[in-house]
Design a protein around this ligand. Structure first.
Ligand SMILES: Cc1cc2nc3c(=O)[nH]c(=O)nc-3n(C[C@H](O)[C@H](O)[C@H](O)COP(=O)(O)OP(=O)(O)OC[C@H]3O[C@@H](n4cnc5c(N)ncnc54)[C@H](O)[C@@H]3O)c2cc1C
Length: 412
């Protein structure tokens, strides 16, 4: 057997755990916060965080980075530094699957046994929801016109595309459903328009929104599109995609056909395929999320396996701040479970900043909590606080917010 294959079947190189081992799959906002708060809640836990990437790169504030308002050092941070500071172990590996009977996680660097498993692998694109079923075309679409909401390397492509754009139509799509970071596609349109203005580009940003209207801070984004970027942004709501020709660069909606010179195509999303491949996805769920207890986050038939972050099944806004505040609560739930106790449910908090203008950075913000509605048996928005005007104070607050979050996950 080739050594690389044999490695899959042996135990990963980790010291024997000194306490119950919690394995966390995914070192994004959810997994990183979970690892830190599990160790804080219960220093006896042996926590292992696994991510396939060598370093963390933040999506929040990445739109500001596209316009050089923050640099790469601001967005990227070391998993190892976080692990050393907070007393857990970071393993750079791809998780291939897990077995709930023997409580083992299979990775490309070996097998890791767990007492508790937290799945925080984030999202994937679901091109089939816009009628593109052929995996070869999906791959081409992903490489040529990445959406910039799944992997950090998409962001590098997008920045290069924006810098190279000279004239014509730059297409942006906004997906339907509970997609990752509601405000970010509209924010990106504003940032791109500001950059085109700065460089005197004769072009248009065509936004084809699969929703009937702007999904968050509607009045404010409409105002920004008209007042600041009326000559650059063409916003088209209710634009369900009906066809796409990559060679001719045309896109069809129910009633129209548009040509474009370049594009960022953000399709609807789904939970990571890891859940479906492990047989825990609910076949009735559009986003292929797992069947979990809505208050405790564990699988309905397994209190040792938890699903958090953007892969969760609860309809909370998919945001880094949501994932961070949720992880603090779920770390308490797991700690309590290990001690045979219970903790009372509390809502995650969503906080989202949106850059609207640059030079200097001007932003607006949105904060929300959730409550459980006994009548509908589902979660609904509770308190909402929106600052729907963009200014320099909002821009500075967005930087301070991100600094505070990075400090929490990496340095404190
Ligand atoms: C442009 C943009 C702007 C945004 N702005 C904001 C904002 O202002 N505020 C806010 O709160 N949120 C914002 N967000 C949303 C935020 O980035 C996400 O909600 C957050 O990243 C979700 O965290 P997560 O840990 O669930 O998923 P992720 O951050 O995607 O992390 C998942 C991790 O799992 C790893 N992984 C997946 N599968 C495997 C596997 N099989 N093996 C090993 N590792 C694996 C991945 O490498 C990844 O590191 C923004 C997003 C974008 C794209």
């Amino acid at each position: 057997m080739p050594p690389a294959l044999a490695r899959l079947l042996r135990k990963a190189d980790l010291p024997e755990p000194k306490g119950p081992r919690v394995v966390i799959v995914g070192g994004g906002w959810s997994g990183l916060s979970m690892a830190k708060y599990l160790r804080l809640q219960n220093p006896g836990f042996d926590v292992v965080l696994i991510d396939r990437q060598p370093a963390f790169l933040s999506f929040p504030l990445s739109n500001a980075w596209l316009a050089d308002q923050v640099n790469m050092e601001f967005l990227s941070h070391s998993f190892f530094e976080a692990a050393n500071r907070h007393g857990y172990r970071f393993v750079q590996a791809s998780v291939l699957g897990f077995d709930r009977t023997s409580r083992k996680v299979f990775t490309d660097t070996g097998i890791i046994a767990y007492d508790y498993l937290v799945l925080a692998p984030g999202i994937e694109y679901d091109y089939s929801q816009i009628g593109i079923e052929d995996p070869v075309i999906q791959e081409q679409l992903y490489h040529r016109y990445p959406g910039g909401f799944f992997s950090s390397s998409e962001l590098l492509t997008i920045k290069r595309k924006i810098q190279a754009f000279r004239r014509g139509t730059f297409l942006l799509t906004v997906p339907s459903g509970d997609y990752r970071c509601s405000a970010a596609p509209y924010e990106r349109a504003c940032v791109m328009a500001a950059l085109f203005r700065r460089r005197g580009i004769r072009g248009k940003i065509l936004i084809l929104d699969m929703n009937n209207e702007i999904t968050i801070m509607k009045d404010a984004f409409e105002r920004a599109f008209h007042e600041l970027y009326g000559d650059l942004i063409d916003y088209q709501p209710s634009s369900l995609l009906a066809g796409l020709d990559l060679e001719k660069r045309t896109i069809e909606t129910e009633f129209d056909e548009f040509t474009f010179d370049d594009a960022i195509i953000y399709p609807p999303i789904r939970a990571s395929r890891l859940l479906e491949e492990a047989g825990i996805a609910d076949p009735h769920s559009t986003q292929k999320t797992a069947r979990t207890d809505p208050f405790r986050y564990h699988l309905v038939d397994d209190e040792r396996v938890y699903v958090t972050g953007d892969s969760r099944s609860q309809p909370f806004s998919k945001g880094g701040h949501t994932a961070n505040s949720e992880a603090q609560y779920v770390a308490e739930v797991i700690t309590a479970h290990a001690l045979g106790r219970e903790v009372e449910w509390r809502s995650p908090q969503t906080m989202c900043f949106s850059t609207v203008a640059i030079d200097p950075l001007r932003a607006m913000s949105h904060i929300t909590y959730y409550r459980y509605d006994e009548a509908t048996k589902d979660f609904a928005f509770d308190r909402i606080h929106s600052v729907e005007k963009w200014d320099v104070t909002g821009g500075q607050a967005s930087i301070a917010w991100a600094e505070g979050m990075f400090r929490d996950m990496f340095y404190e």
